[in-house]
Design a protein around this ligand. Structure first.
Ligand code: COA
Length: 261
């Protein structure tokens, strides 16, 4: 993977580590950083060597403290819609990615940062993480899918409260609300947990993992019958070599070796 200006990338044992690297701006997502995210996820989809992704923020204070408010302050009615659609499209690429994507939210996870984390498949927070959708303080609303994903994750009442008040909540509260899967004391612990989960997922059949992503996402699409998606995806799994391997290995009392085919 090539070098990027605002996102550090490192590949290790099939895992792509992404670090949003604008520490002096609390890792705020400017247009350039979003463009880089798009380019990276296009590569993630195509690159067979990348099996999983972990996203975090540079330093100890912030995962991502939102979209870049300097840039937001210069929007007009015409480009504001494009601004939102562009972010939504990139975050949908993450949500629909057939390889597991885990967010390690270290510190402020606000606005577009919370939206980025919510687009990932699993979220692991550090104890100092703070979550919120404070857009209302700027006279706007979440635009990168936050109104939808927050409602799905925490339910209508809490989503309304969080977005209408702009309040921040701590990691423990986020855990209670199902906004995050785990809270760990430090960034190192959170990374270890992310790696442990990724290792487990990477030992399973990759095609089945991709089908799970599609089916879970289908549960929230009003124009899709998720049960039909499930039946179709189930049938696709049965066409794969990994299905033959998985079932044979069980019957032969050995560990399966999945090839993603
Ligand atoms: N966009 C652009 N710059 C941001 C930013 C954002 N979303 N969030 C923080 N920054 C910048 C600050 O302007 C400041 O830059 P400066 O040093 O050039 O003045 C720097 O990051 C450090 O932030 P600062 O506010 O001084 O740190 P803090 O510890 O006092 O507060 C926050 C941290 C996260 C609580 C505060 O920065 C904040 O509320 N940020 C905006 C959050 C937000 O509204 N996000 C949604 C945007 S749609």
């Amino acid at each position: 993977m090539e070098d990027f200006r605002n996102i550090l990338t490192e590949e290790k044992d099939g895992v792509l580590y992404l670090t949003v690297n604008r520490e002096d701006k609390m890792n705020a997502l400017n247009f350039a950083t979003l463009d880089e995210l798009r380019e990276i996820f296009e590569e993630v989809v195509d690159n067979k060597g990348i099996k999983a992704v972990i996203i975090t923020g540079s330093g100890e204070k912030a995962f991502v403290a939102g979209a870049d408010i300097q840039e937001i302050s210069e929007l007009n009615e015409v480009n504001a819609r494009k601004f939102a659609e562009n972010g939504q499209e990139i975050f949908a690429m993450i949500e629909n990615c057939h390889k597991p994507v885990i967010a390690v939210t270290n510190g402020y996870t606000l606005g577009g940062g919370c939206e980025l984390a919510m687009a990932c498949h699993i979220r692991i927070a550090t104890a100092n993480a703070k979550f919120g959708q404070p857009e209302v303080n700027l006279g706007i609303i979440p635009g990168y899918g936050g109104t939808q994903r927050l409602t799905i994750l925490v339910g209508r009442g809490k989503a309304n409260e969080l977005m209408m008040t702009g309040d921040m909540i701590g990691a423990d509260e986020a855990l209670k609300l199902n906004l995050v899967n785990y809270v760990l004391p430090t960034k190192i612990d959170a990374m270890d947990k992310a790696e442990e989960i990724i290792a487990k997922i990477m030992s399973k059949a990759p095609l089945a993992i991709g089908m799970i992503v599609d089916c879970v996402n289908a549960a929230f699409l009003s124009d899709e019958n998720g049960f039909q998606t499930e039946a179709n995806s189930f049938a696709r799994c049965v066409k794969s070599g990994d299905y033959v391997e998985g079932t044979s290995a069980f019957l032969e009392k050995r560990k399966p070796i999945f090839k993603g085919e």
